[in-house]
Design a protein. Structure first.
Length: 266
């Protein structure tokens, strides 16, 4: 009896074992995301020092701001001769999305104390994405902390490597570093172009930025392009207009069209 009953138990692990395996898999995924994203920090560090920041300034910016798109926007504006205010506004604009992530994840993550402050600082694209894939609060927390912590560690580590290397790069363009900021924006934008409306907004924003760049101080063209998305967000969507137009027709059809029972009775 003992030998016979041990077979099914071995074939069917307990729910606790399945949960533990799932959490280990999530943490391994967070580690791999951290390494892959951190490698991109080499470009940031090198471009930051090549743009005029020293190593310490680049590292403080990386550790305190800690959101890749905003960091590239900041050094892109500063490196292009723009003002610190324009750089800060461009960075703030790109960082707004992290606030939205925080609102979505708030029910599953700590809100107060030291852990709450850490959660706010580590709320980025990668940590939010891995947390969103969890099917329980425990999995969402594991995904958030695994991705957030490892990205922070490797991003700052490789940013330091890039910053030290950037001091010895005379021409960033020769190494392709001058295109790193644009590459970061494209990497953020591309996965979100899933509908015709999103593509239209992106094309319109790119056109506005192209026209505004020669006329506005460095950095403000980014803000001008962002206004396209703001205006598009305030307009009613085509899907909403079609839905509202169909409602009266559906209502009148429901009221006027005879049902199968009416035809039978008639």
């Amino acid at each position: 009896m003992t030998t016979a009953s041990s077979g099914p138990q071995a074939a069917h692990p307990s729910p606790w074992d399945a949960t533990a395996d799932r959490l280990r898999s999530i943490r391994r995924t967070g580690l791999s995301i951290g390494v892959a994203t951190g490698l991109y920090g080499i470009s940031f560090g090198a471009l930051a020092t090549a743009s005029g920041l020293d190593v310490w300034q680049a590292m403080v910016l990386s550790a305190v701001m800690f959101t890749g798109g905003s960091q590239f926007a900041f050094i892109g504006v500063v490196g292009g001769g723009g003002s610190a205010l324009g750089a800060a506004l461009a960075s703030l604009l790109l960082g707004i999305r992290n606030t939205l992530y925080g609102l979505i994840l708030a029910p599953s993550l700590p809100r107060g104390g030291v852990r709450g402050l850490a959660r706010a600082h580590l709320t980025i694209d990668e940590s939010a994405a891995l947390a969103a894939g969890g099917t329980s609060t425990q999995e969402r927390r594991a995904g958030f902390w695994a991705a957030g912590v490892w990205v922070y560690v490797f991003w700052n580590l490789f940013s330091l490597v890039g910053a030290l290397a950037g001091q010895h790069v005379a021409d960033p363009g020769a190494w392709g570093l001058d295109a790193a900021a644009a590459g970061a924006f494209i990497a953020l934008l591309w996965p979100r172009l899933r509908s015709g409306e999103a593509v239209a907004v992106a094309v319109a924003a790119a056109f506005v930025a192209l026209v505004a760049t020669p006329a506005l101080p460095s950095g403000l063209s980014v803000l001008a392009a962002a206004l396209v998305a703001v205006v598009a967000g305030l307009l009613p969507t085509r899907r909403g207009r079609v839905h509202r137009q169909d409602e009266p027709q559906a209502a009148s059809g429901a009221a006027g069209a005879p049902t199968a029972q009416d035809e039978e009775n008639g």
